[in-house]
Design a protein around this ligand. Structure first.
Ligand code: NAD
Length: 484
């Protein structure tokens, strides 16, 4: 199989916040990689727009340094870097004032695709949208890309949606969730809807339960004060885990088209039952040696914000009645691992006498590290020792089968930025999806606040609080091991 790079149209990509951390770590390295892969069309330009005073040459120097820091040496090529830097320009701009806007208006071309990446805090989204309109910069092919967090609750998300909708149509707004840009997340849809094998089994009759885990080893460190206003529920569950849940649980869309897919995802969110208080466990990591506790990191010895949350969720529809979804995410856990595990039911009757343990099939979809998919199947242990059964993983990533020529898996940001240029919104959240997710999340958070709930403490480097283990044990199930 030969690698295939699908060309995109010439574009102007304007990065508001082009000198920030996200631009340096993800957006600019991602664009460089697309250029190195041969996907950057002639006539593409990338314009940084941020508060710092500098000229184009100063910006190129800054970006060169960012590439040297954030692109591994083996992926750097001196000629490609020079070609990439030559595409760059820079405009000092103030989102909250008029400085820089006429200069930007003079620079941006109206006859190509324009992508405005809002890589700034959400408090500036409305200002940017309004000034793009006021200075008549945005042409008919303009798109805007907005980063998380998209609101803090339903009310603020509605206000953000309204401020963008004043000047842009929904089909111009790309709300990014980089989890959706991951190769295996898309592979999940291919496996579900491109094969006959799985979809007939994809329901409560055959699936015992589903686990979604996003575990991190890092604490909140330097962003403790910021994180303390949000917590794991807002920072991870409302967006990333909810999006993964939707892709696993949704009905087959009629077409693989943005609105058909997003309509089905929205139905999942709307079918979520409110979560019972005893089906949620919240936690905060404890100190470990020199490493501070969550409360120390947050700078508040009485903080009640969770750095960990685990919950049992039900979807009220025919497909999923009585199949629980267990979600968990946390910081300072034993390994960095994100995984979706679809745990099938046991066979109804065993014909083998000496069957050891469970013979459940588990489809595991690993998002990071080592993106890939495995199906645990039960087979006979090879050898003459009678009919002994073992469970072995069947690698469904098929990297070997696709051969050495297959293009290296692009980073989620690269893929998503190219989707913006192509005008494909399938992997971006629609406004109503985001609002529905907040509408489900808000009452849970309000409940904790009203009840004055204090999160359980858990050991740094562990799998989370003991109560989260009990949440599973009560249902005679267990969490999958968190392993790198
Ligand atoms: P940052 O603080 O490093 O950079 C902010 C950028 O915004 C700078 O370029 C700054 O010049 C510019 N800016 C600030 N005020 C401005 C104004 N009034 N006018 C014009 N430009 C202004 O922030 P960041 O980490 O790059 O994050 C940007 C956004 O992306 C935030 O909303 C953040 O929540 C989100 N985000 C960041 C990451 C990440 O890994 N850094 C990940 C996910 C989401």
């Amino acid at each position: 199989m030969v690698s295939r790079v699908i060309p995109v149209e010439p574009f102007d990509l304007i990065i508001f916040g082009g000198t920030g951390d996200l631009a340096k770590r993800k957006i600019l390295p991602g664009l460089y990689r697309r250029l190195a892969a041969g996907q950057m069309p002639d006539g593409a330009r990338v314009i940084g727009a941020a508060r710092g005073e500098m000229d184009a040459s100063g910006y190129r120097d800054m970006v060169r340094e960012a590439l040297e820091t954030f692109v591994p040496e083996e992926d750097r090529d001196a000629d490609s870097i020079d070609t990439f830097l030559a595409l760059l320009d820079y405009v000092p701009i103030d989102a909250k004032g008029e400085a820089g806007w006429p200069e930007l208006a003079a620079l941006v071309r109206k006859d190509v695709v324009q992508a405005y990446y809002f890589s700034v805090g959400p408090s500036l989204f409305g200002d940017l949208a309004a000034r793009l309109h006021k200075h008549e910069i945005a042409g008919p092919q303009a798109r805007i890309v907005v980063e998380k967090p998209f609101g803090h609750d339903l009310e603020s998300a509605k206000a953000l949606n309204a401020s963008l909708a004043e000047h842009f149509n929904e089909d111009q707004i790309y709300r990014i969730d980089h989890y959706l840009g991951k190769e295996t997340v898309q592979n999940l849809m291919a496996v579900r809807f491109g094969n006959m094998l799985f979809e007939p089994l994809w329901n409560a009759q055959y699936i015992d339960h589903i686990q979604i885990t996003v575990a991190e080893t890092v604490g909140v460190g330097g962003r403790g004060a910021y994180y303390d206003k949000s917590g794991a529920m807002r920072d991870m569950v409302q967006n990333h885990l909810m999006q993964l849940l939707c892709l696993i649980a949704m009905e087959p869309p009629s077409r693989f088209d943005p609105d058909a897919v997003r309509d089905e995802k929205l139905k999942v969110i709307r079918a979520l039952d409110p979560v019972l208080p005893h089906h949620i466990v919240r936690g905060q990591y404890d100190a470990l040696g020199e490493e501070p506790s969550y409360r120390e990191d947050a700078g508040d010895p009485k903080s009640r914000t969770e750095s960990y949350v685990a919950m049992k969720v039900h979807i009220s529809n025919w497909r999923w009645a009585n199949t629980p979804f267990y979600l968990r995410t946390g910081k300072r856990l034993k390994a960095r691992a994100s995984e979706i595990a679809v745990v099938f039911k046991e066979t109804p009757h065993s014909i083998f006498d000496n069957e050891a343990g469970s013979n459940r099939n588990v489809l595991s979809i690993r998002l990071q590290p080592n993106e890939g998919m495995n199906l645990d199947v039960t087979i006979k242990e090879p050898g003459p020792g009678g009919m002994r059964l073992v469970t072995v993983p069947l690698d469904m990533t098929f990297a070997d089968a696709l051969g050495p020529d297959v293009e290296e898996v692009p980073d989620a940001y690269e893929r998503l930025i190219m989707d913006v240029i192509r005008g494909n919104q399938t992997l971006f959240m629609r406004g109503d999806e985001v609002e529905a997710a907040w509408a489900w999340t808000d009452p849970l958070i309000e409940g904790w606040q009203q009840r004055g709930e204090v999160p359980k403490t858990y050991d740094a480097g562990s799998a989370g609080p003991e109560d989260a283990m009990m949440l599973m044990h009560r249902d005679h199930r267990r969490w999958r091991e968190i392993k790198p």
